[in-house]
Design a protein around this ligand. Structure first.
Ligand code: UFG
Length: 326
Protein backbone atom coordinates (compact mmCIF):
# COMPACT_ATOMS: atom_id res chain seq x y z
CA UNK A 1 0.00 0.00 0.00
CA UNK A 2 1.22 3.53 -0.74
CA UNK A 3 0.18 5.88 2.05
CA UNK A 4 0.23 9.66 2.26
CA UNK A 5 1.04 10.56 5.87
CA UNK A 6 0.00 14.12 6.65
CA UNK A 7 1.95 15.47 9.62
CA UNK A 8 4.41 12.65 8.97
CA UNK A 9 7.31 14.65 10.44
CA UNK A 10 5.55 14.90 13.81
CA UNK A 11 5.83 12.65 16.85
CA UNK A 12 3.13 10.07 16.05
CA UNK A 13 3.39 10.60 12.27
CA UNK A 14 7.10 9.84 12.05
CA UNK A 15 6.82 6.68 14.14
CA UNK A 16 3.91 5.58 11.95
CA UNK A 17 6.04 6.15 8.83
CA UNK A 18 8.71 3.96 10.41
CA UNK A 19 6.13 1.21 11.05
CA UNK A 20 4.71 1.47 7.51
CA UNK A 21 8.16 1.08 5.97
CA UNK A 22 9.05 -1.81 8.28
CA UNK A 23 5.86 -3.59 7.16
CA UNK A 24 6.82 -3.20 3.50
CA UNK A 25 4.47 -0.35 2.61
CA UNK A 26 5.46 2.90 0.90
CA UNK A 27 5.02 6.29 2.54
CA UNK A 28 4.97 9.86 1.25
CA UNK A 29 4.96 12.62 3.87
CA UNK A 30 3.05 15.89 3.61
CA UNK A 31 4.06 18.27 6.38
CA UNK A 32 4.29 22.05 6.67
CA UNK A 33 7.18 21.57 9.13
CA UNK A 34 5.66 24.14 11.50
CA UNK A 35 6.07 21.71 14.40
CA UNK A 36 7.48 18.57 12.76
CA UNK A 37 11.14 17.69 12.23
CA UNK A 38 12.77 16.42 9.05
CA UNK A 39 15.31 14.70 11.28
CA UNK A 40 12.60 12.34 12.54
CA UNK A 41 12.40 10.69 9.10
CA UNK A 42 14.79 8.48 7.15
CA UNK A 43 16.37 10.42 4.26
CA UNK A 44 14.86 7.93 1.80
CA UNK A 45 11.28 9.06 2.56
CA UNK A 46 9.84 11.55 0.12
CA UNK A 47 8.70 14.64 2.02
CA UNK A 48 6.52 17.33 0.46
CA UNK A 49 6.50 20.57 2.38
CA UNK A 50 2.99 21.92 2.26
CA UNK A 51 -0.39 22.24 3.89
CA UNK A 52 -3.33 19.86 3.88
CA UNK A 53 -5.42 22.98 3.24
CA UNK A 54 -3.94 23.31 -0.28
CA UNK A 55 -6.76 21.44 -2.01
CA UNK A 56 -5.31 21.56 -5.52
CA UNK A 57 -1.74 20.80 -4.43
CA UNK A 58 -2.88 17.80 -2.38
CA UNK A 59 -5.02 16.49 -5.22
CA UNK A 60 -2.06 16.68 -7.59
CA UNK A 61 0.15 14.96 -5.03
CA UNK A 62 -2.37 12.12 -4.55
CA UNK A 63 -2.61 11.58 -8.30
CA UNK A 64 1.10 11.96 -9.04
CA UNK A 65 2.12 9.52 -6.31
CA UNK A 66 -0.80 7.10 -6.93
CA UNK A 67 -1.72 7.10 -3.26
CA UNK A 68 -3.94 4.26 -1.98
CA UNK A 69 -4.79 5.62 1.47
CA UNK A 70 -4.21 8.66 3.69
CA UNK A 71 -3.06 8.67 7.30
CA UNK A 72 -4.10 12.11 8.55
CA UNK A 73 -1.96 13.09 11.53
CA UNK A 74 -1.44 16.77 10.66
CA UNK A 75 -3.09 19.03 13.25
CA UNK A 76 -2.65 21.74 15.81
CA UNK A 77 -2.69 19.87 19.12
CA UNK A 78 -2.17 22.14 22.11
CA UNK A 79 -5.21 22.30 24.35
CA UNK A 80 -4.30 25.63 25.99
CA UNK A 81 -3.45 27.28 22.69
CA UNK A 82 -6.76 26.10 21.26
CA UNK A 83 -8.63 27.99 23.97
CA UNK A 84 -6.61 31.18 23.32
CA UNK A 85 -6.66 30.89 19.51
CA UNK A 86 -9.69 28.85 18.40
CA UNK A 87 -9.56 30.36 14.90
CA UNK A 88 -6.22 28.66 14.27
CA UNK A 89 -7.69 25.29 15.31
CA UNK A 90 -10.82 25.63 13.20
CA UNK A 91 -8.76 26.83 10.22
CA UNK A 92 -6.14 24.10 10.33
CA UNK A 93 -7.91 21.11 11.91
CA UNK A 94 -11.38 21.61 10.43
CA UNK A 95 -11.06 23.74 7.27
CA UNK A 96 -7.67 22.14 6.44
CA UNK A 97 -9.10 18.68 7.07
CA UNK A 98 -12.11 19.32 4.83
CA UNK A 99 -9.82 20.54 2.05
CA UNK A 100 -7.94 17.24 2.37
CA UNK A 101 -11.23 15.32 2.07
CA UNK A 102 -12.14 17.32 -1.06
CA UNK A 103 -8.74 16.56 -2.56
CA UNK A 104 -9.22 12.85 -1.78
CA UNK A 105 -12.63 12.80 -3.44
CA UNK A 106 -11.31 14.62 -6.49
CA UNK A 107 -8.24 12.38 -6.62
CA UNK A 108 -10.22 9.16 -6.18
CA UNK A 109 -8.63 8.14 -2.85
CA UNK A 110 -11.27 6.52 -0.64
CA UNK A 111 -9.39 5.27 2.46
CA UNK A 112 -8.45 7.37 5.47
CA UNK A 113 -7.16 6.85 9.00
CA UNK A 114 -7.56 9.89 11.24
CA UNK A 115 -5.59 10.84 14.36
CA UNK A 116 -8.34 11.72 16.79
CA UNK A 117 -8.06 12.19 20.54
CA UNK A 118 -9.56 11.28 23.88
CA UNK A 119 -10.16 15.03 24.04
CA UNK A 120 -13.45 14.37 22.18
CA UNK A 121 -14.91 12.93 25.40
CA UNK A 122 -14.25 15.99 27.57
CA UNK A 123 -14.80 15.19 31.24
CA UNK A 124 -16.24 11.66 31.13
CA UNK A 125 -19.15 10.53 33.28
CA UNK A 126 -17.39 7.24 34.00
CA UNK A 127 -14.09 5.49 33.31
CA UNK A 128 -12.92 3.37 31.53
CA UNK A 129 -14.41 5.35 28.63
CA UNK A 130 -16.05 3.29 25.86
CA UNK A 131 -16.22 4.55 22.26
CA UNK A 132 -19.97 5.16 22.54
CA UNK A 133 -19.62 7.49 25.55
CA UNK A 134 -21.08 10.97 24.94
CA UNK A 135 -18.76 13.34 23.07
CA UNK A 136 -18.61 16.58 25.03
CA UNK A 137 -15.25 18.24 24.35
CA UNK A 138 -14.29 20.96 26.79
CA UNK A 139 -11.88 22.85 24.54
CA UNK A 140 -11.63 23.86 20.84
CA UNK A 141 -8.93 21.23 20.22
CA UNK A 142 -11.30 18.40 21.17
CA UNK A 143 -14.17 20.13 19.40
CA UNK A 144 -12.25 20.28 16.10
CA UNK A 145 -11.41 16.57 16.38
CA UNK A 146 -15.08 15.79 17.00
CA UNK A 147 -16.16 17.93 14.04
CA UNK A 148 -13.83 16.10 11.68
CA UNK A 149 -14.92 12.69 12.98
CA UNK A 150 -18.55 13.66 12.39
CA UNK A 151 -17.75 14.67 8.81
CA UNK A 152 -16.17 11.26 8.21
CA UNK A 153 -19.42 9.61 9.25
CA UNK A 154 -21.48 11.62 6.77
CA UNK A 155 -18.90 11.42 3.97
CA UNK A 156 -18.88 7.65 4.42
CA UNK A 157 -22.62 7.42 3.83
CA UNK A 158 -22.72 9.89 0.94
CA UNK A 159 -19.42 9.29 -0.87
CA UNK A 160 -18.32 5.85 0.25
CA UNK A 161 -15.22 7.14 2.04
CA UNK A 162 -13.90 4.35 4.29
CA UNK A 163 -12.38 5.82 7.40
CA UNK A 164 -11.20 4.91 10.86
CA UNK A 165 -10.79 7.51 13.61
CA UNK A 166 -8.29 6.57 16.29
CA UNK A 167 -8.85 8.30 19.61
CA UNK A 168 -5.45 8.43 21.23
CA UNK A 169 -5.10 8.56 24.96
CA UNK A 170 -1.62 9.60 26.23
CA UNK A 171 1.10 8.81 23.71
CA UNK A 172 4.51 8.31 25.30
CA UNK A 173 7.88 6.73 24.62
CA UNK A 174 10.14 6.71 21.60
CA UNK A 175 11.75 4.51 19.00
CA UNK A 176 15.48 4.67 18.39
CA UNK A 177 14.93 7.19 15.60
CA UNK A 178 11.91 9.21 16.73
CA UNK A 179 11.08 10.83 20.03
CA UNK A 180 8.91 13.58 21.46
CA UNK A 181 10.19 17.09 20.78
CA UNK A 182 7.60 19.85 21.05
CA UNK A 183 8.16 23.54 21.60
CA UNK A 184 6.63 24.44 23.96
CA UNK A 185 6.54 20.99 25.60
CA UNK A 186 3.39 20.48 27.66
CA UNK A 187 3.42 16.69 28.08
CA UNK A 188 4.28 14.95 31.31
CA UNK A 189 6.90 12.38 30.30
CA UNK A 190 9.23 14.72 28.36
CA UNK A 191 8.86 17.35 31.07
CA UNK A 192 9.79 14.82 33.77
CA UNK A 193 12.86 13.73 31.80
CA UNK A 194 13.89 17.33 31.08
CA UNK A 195 13.69 17.94 34.84
CA UNK A 196 15.94 14.91 35.41
CA UNK A 197 18.48 16.61 33.14
CA UNK A 198 18.13 19.91 35.00
CA UNK A 199 16.61 21.59 31.94
CA UNK A 200 13.08 22.12 33.19
CA UNK A 201 11.35 22.95 36.44
CA UNK A 202 8.78 20.24 36.87
CA UNK A 203 5.45 21.25 38.35
CA UNK A 204 2.90 18.60 39.32
CA UNK A 205 -0.43 20.12 38.35
CA UNK A 206 -2.48 19.34 41.44
CA UNK A 207 -2.24 16.72 44.17
CA UNK A 208 -5.77 17.12 45.49
CA UNK A 209 -7.61 15.01 42.92
CA UNK A 210 -9.97 12.24 44.09
CA UNK A 211 -7.39 9.55 43.22
CA UNK A 212 -5.37 7.27 45.53
CA UNK A 213 -2.29 9.54 45.62
CA UNK A 214 -4.09 12.79 44.79
CA UNK A 215 -2.50 13.24 41.34
CA UNK A 216 -4.33 12.83 38.03
CA UNK A 217 -4.51 9.47 36.30
CA UNK A 218 -3.96 8.92 32.56
CA UNK A 219 -3.78 5.98 30.19
CA UNK A 220 -0.29 6.00 28.67
CA UNK A 221 0.33 4.19 25.44
CA UNK A 222 3.66 3.59 23.72
CA UNK A 223 3.94 5.55 20.48
CA UNK A 224 5.21 2.42 18.67
CA UNK A 225 2.05 0.59 19.78
CA UNK A 226 0.01 3.51 18.40
CA UNK A 227 1.90 3.14 15.13
CA UNK A 228 1.08 -0.59 14.99
CA UNK A 229 -2.59 0.28 15.42
CA UNK A 230 -2.37 2.72 12.50
CA UNK A 231 -1.12 -0.07 10.25
CA UNK A 232 -3.95 -2.37 11.25
CA UNK A 233 -6.45 0.46 10.80
CA UNK A 234 -5.12 1.30 7.33
CA UNK A 235 -5.50 -2.34 6.35
CA UNK A 236 -9.01 -2.44 7.83
CA UNK A 237 -10.17 0.50 5.67
CA UNK A 238 -10.02 -1.92 2.73
CA UNK A 239 -13.31 -3.45 3.92
CA UNK A 240 -15.87 -3.25 6.69
CA UNK A 241 -17.66 -0.22 8.15
CA UNK A 242 -17.68 3.08 6.27
CA UNK A 243 -16.71 5.19 9.30
CA UNK A 244 -15.36 3.41 12.33
CA UNK A 245 -13.92 4.66 15.62
CA UNK A 246 -11.49 3.09 18.12
CA UNK A 247 -9.96 4.15 21.39
CA UNK A 248 -6.21 3.61 21.56
CA UNK A 249 -5.18 3.17 25.14
CA UNK A 250 -3.96 0.33 27.29
CA UNK A 251 -7.01 0.36 29.55
CA UNK A 252 -4.76 0.95 32.55
CA UNK A 253 -4.17 4.20 34.36
CA UNK A 254 -1.07 5.62 36.00
CA UNK A 255 -0.97 8.69 38.21
CA UNK A 256 1.42 11.61 37.70
CA UNK A 257 3.21 10.48 40.83
CA UNK A 258 3.59 6.91 39.53
CA UNK A 259 5.08 8.29 36.32
CA UNK A 260 7.61 10.38 38.24
CA UNK A 261 8.47 7.44 40.54
CA UNK A 262 9.06 5.17 37.53
CA UNK A 263 11.19 7.85 35.88
CA UNK A 264 13.31 8.15 39.04
CA UNK A 265 13.96 4.40 38.95
CA UNK A 266 14.93 4.62 35.28
CA UNK A 267 17.22 7.65 35.49
CA UNK A 268 18.61 6.50 38.84
CA UNK A 269 18.24 9.79 40.66
CA UNK A 270 15.68 11.96 42.38
CA UNK A 271 13.73 14.25 40.08
CA UNK A 272 13.07 17.66 41.62
CA UNK A 273 9.49 18.89 41.41
CA UNK A 274 7.07 21.25 43.04
CA UNK A 275 3.33 20.87 43.40
CA UNK A 276 1.26 23.61 41.81
CA UNK A 277 -2.45 24.17 41.26
CA UNK A 278 -4.49 22.02 38.93
CA UNK A 279 -4.16 22.85 35.22
CA UNK A 280 -7.42 24.22 33.94
CA UNK A 281 -9.49 21.68 31.99
CA UNK A 282 -7.62 18.58 33.25
CA UNK A 283 -10.05 15.80 34.23
CA UNK A 284 -9.01 13.70 37.28
CA UNK A 285 -9.00 10.35 35.45
CA UNK A 286 -8.92 9.45 31.75
CA UNK A 287 -8.64 5.75 31.01
CA UNK A 288 -9.73 4.04 27.80
CA UNK A 289 -12.00 1.06 27.44
CA UNK A 290 -9.52 -0.51 25.06
CA UNK A 291 -11.17 -3.80 24.14
CA UNK A 292 -12.69 -2.76 20.81
CA UNK A 293 -9.39 -2.15 19.01
CA UNK A 294 -8.16 -5.43 20.42
CA UNK A 295 -11.28 -7.43 19.46
CA UNK A 296 -11.93 -5.95 16.02
CA UNK A 297 -8.54 -4.80 14.73
CA UNK A 298 -6.58 -7.51 16.55
CA UNK A 299 -4.36 -4.84 18.07
CA UNK A 300 -2.39 -5.59 21.22
CA UNK A 301 -0.26 -2.96 22.95
CA UNK A 302 3.08 -4.75 23.27
CA UNK A 303 5.09 -2.14 25.15
CA UNK A 304 2.64 -1.23 27.90
CA UNK A 305 4.80 -0.85 31.00
CA UNK A 306 5.94 2.52 32.30
CA UNK A 307 9.48 1.10 32.18
CA UNK A 308 9.22 0.52 28.41
CA UNK A 309 7.58 3.87 27.71
CA UNK A 310 9.72 6.05 29.95
CA UNK A 311 12.85 3.95 29.37
CA UNK A 312 12.63 4.40 25.59
CA UNK A 313 11.90 8.13 25.96
CA UNK A 314 14.93 8.44 28.24
CA UNK A 315 17.19 6.57 25.79
CA UNK A 316 16.07 8.91 23.00
CA UNK A 317 16.49 12.02 25.14
CA UNK A 318 20.01 11.02 26.16
CA UNK A 319 20.90 10.43 22.52
CA UNK A 320 19.30 13.79 21.58
CA UNK A 321 19.73 16.11 24.57
CA UNK A 322 18.69 19.09 22.41
CA UNK A 323 15.97 17.16 20.62
CA UNK A 324 16.13 17.32 16.83
CA UNK A 325 18.15 20.53 17.01
CA UNK A 326 21.07 18.54 18.39
N1 UFG B 1 1.21 17.18 34.04
C1 UFG B 1 1.91 17.71 35.12
N2 UFG B 1 3.01 18.46 34.86
C2 UFG B 1 3.45 18.71 33.58
C3 UFG B 1 2.73 18.16 32.50
C4 UFG B 1 1.60 17.41 32.78
O1 UFG B 1 1.55 17.50 36.28
O2 UFG B 1 4.46 19.42 33.39
C5 UFG B 1 0.02 16.34 34.34
C6 UFG B 1 -1.25 16.87 33.70
O3 UFG B 1 -1.87 17.78 34.58
C7 UFG B 1 -2.03 15.58 33.49
C8 UFG B 1 -0.95 14.53 33.22
O4 UFG B 1 0.25 15.08 33.74
O5 UFG B 1 -2.70 15.22 34.66
C9 UFG B 1 -0.76 14.25 31.75
O6 UFG B 1 -0.61 15.50 31.08
P1 UFG B 1 -0.19 15.61 29.54
O7 UFG B 1 -0.12 17.05 29.20
O8 UFG B 1 1.01 14.77 29.29
O9 UFG B 1 -1.40 14.92 28.79
P2 UFG B 1 -2.96 15.27 28.83
O10 UFG B 1 -3.62 14.11 29.50
O11 UFG B 1 -3.24 16.61 29.37
O12 UFG B 1 -3.23 15.37 27.28
C10 UFG B 1 -3.62 14.28 26.51
C11 UFG B 1 -3.24 14.54 25.06
C12 UFG B 1 -4.03 15.70 24.52
C13 UFG B 1 -5.50 15.50 24.80
C14 UFG B 1 -5.73 15.27 26.28
C15 UFG B 1 -7.16 15.07 26.65
O13 UFG B 1 -1.86 14.82 24.95
O14 UFG B 1 -3.83 15.78 23.14
O15 UFG B 1 -4.99 14.13 26.67
O16 UFG B 1 -7.64 13.92 26.11
F1 UFG B 1 -6.20 16.58 24.42
Amino acid sequence: MKVLVTGGAGYVGSVSVEALLAAGHEAVVLDDLSTGHLGSLPSTVSVVRGSVGDRQGVRELLERERIDAVLHCAARSLVGESVAEPAKYYRENVAGGFALLDAMRAGGVGRLVFSSSAAVYGVPEATPIPEDAPLRPVNPYGETKRAFEAALHWYGGAYGLRSISLRYFNAAGATERSGEDHDPETHLVPNVLAAALGRHELVVFGDDYPTPDGTAIRDYIHVADLADAHLLALEATGSGEEADVYNLGSGRGFSVREVIDAAERIVGREIPRTVGPRRSGDPPILVAAAARAQDVLGWRPRRGTLEEMIGSAWAWRRAHPDGYRG
